[in-house]
Write a protein that binds this ligand. Structure first.
Ligand SMILES: Nc1nc2c(ncn2[C@@H]2O[C@H](COP(=O)(O)OP(=O)(O)OP(=O)(O)O)[C@@H](O)[C@H]2O)c(=O)[nH]1
Length: 344
């Protein structure tokens, strides 16, 4: 999961919800104001509604939430400035500044939200305390002004704390979901793809094969006499050998191939764009690399692999291909281990 994608979706949905509910409110209050002979208030509210609707339309048209977020934020600043300058009805207008604070922080997020709330606070101070601002018609008592600025400031701090915690939780949620995503298709011990990931990749390759005829092959590889290594040196050494073997196999195949840990000491390798003959060659190359490799900690260990090969061109589907590769693997074991078996 990508934080940019979730922010994009959040911005889009938030703008739609805030825009739709906000413009419904504004239309109702605008019409009520006009009916009650407050033409200027009514028309101003309807003009702000128009700005909100246009920014939502542009957001939808351009598939860009910034249009919604910034358009509605500008509408909030205009509405905020207008209602505290005029006082609204009987000087009750400033009450609407509280929900606007919340909307601003929701839309802009923490960093830009703090700046936006600071701008709103400055507007409130200028409108209430600088007497020569010409468009200010409201006349608030001194005690109201002090309490309004103080309560607005307190609310801004609460909203900032809320947004800080929300963003932190959101980031953690994205991290955890990415970790889970990664763990769900990775083998914990070797860091290779796990069986689930391999099955998904085989399915995808099979789809491409059916559409474009690009062949692919698999190699089922199994460590020889691994039980003996475990029994002699212990499971920790066995684990280190599995990790080292995974690295070695990955270094031999190409980047577009996939090495997975299929189970215990079994590895399944998918070779894309590879036919039966080429796959047999790769399997032999893997066998030789493992045979000649020396794995070491305090001691030195040498291991061998038995490998079964199958190509999709020789199988009915991916299930039978895996079954065939397994069958060839056991044929290689039966014939004495440290060898490759596959379709001739
Ligand atoms: N250390 C370690 N051992 C594992 C792991 N998974 C499976 N094994 C061991 O792999 C061994 C597999 O034993 P067997 O199935 O008898 O196969 P083998 O001894 O390799 O013999 P062949 O396959 O016939 O050559 C067992 O001892 C398992 O405990 C693992 O994650 N770590």
């Amino acid at each position: 999961m990508n934080i940019k994608d979730t922010d994009f979706r959040r911005g889009y949905q938030l703008s739609m919800l805030v825009g739709a509910s906000g413009s419904t409110f504004l239309i109702v209050f605008g019409i009520i104001a006009i009916v009650n002979d407050r033409q200027i208030l009514g028309l101003t509210l309807l003009a702000i509604t128009l700005l909100v609707l246009v920014s939502m339309f542009l957001m939808w048209l351009m598939k860009n939430p910034s249009f919604g977020i910034n358009g509605i934020s500008i509408a909030v600043v205009i509405a905020f400035t207008y209602i505290i300058s005029t006082g609204g009805i009987d000087n009750t207008g400033p009450l609407w500044c509280y929900p606007l604070t919340l909307i601003m922080m929701l839309l802009q997020g923490l960093r830009r939200g703090v700046i936006a709330l600071f701008v709103l606070l400055i507007i409130a101070i200028v409108v209430m305390y600088i007497p020569f601002v010409s468009f200010v018609t409201a006349d608030y008592p001194q005690s109201f002004k002090v309490r309004f600025i103080a309560s607005f400031f307190a609310l801004s701090i609460m909203v900032t704390i809320y947004e800080f915690l929300r963003e932190r939780t959101h980031k953690r949620y994205i991290e955890i979901s990415n970790e889970l995503e990664h763990a769900s298709h990775t083998d914990m011990l070797t860091g290779l793809a796990n069986r689930r990931e391999m099955l998904a990749r085989l399915d995808a390759a099979y789809g491409t094969y059916n559409r474009h005829g690009a062949p692919f092959s698999i190699i089922m590889a199994d460590l020889d006499n691994f039980k003996r290594i475990n029994d002699t040196y212990g499971h920790v050494v066995g684990d280190h050998l599995l990790i080292g073997l995974g690295k070695l196999l990955s270094s031999v195949v190409r980047r577009q191939d996939l090495v997975s840990r299929w189970g215990g000491e079994e590895f399944l390798i998918m070779l894309s764009q590879t036919d039966r003959r080429q796959a047999m060659e790769v399997a032999e190359k893997l066998r030789l690399s493992v045979e000649s490799a020396v794995f070491s900690d305090e001691n030195k260990y040498q291991i061998t692999l038995s490998l079964g090969v199958q190509s999709i061109t020789e199988a009915v589907n991916t299930d039978t291909m895996i079954r065939d590769a397994d069958r060839f693997l056991y044929e290689a074991k039966r014939r004495g281990r440290n060898r490759v078996a596959g379709p001739l």
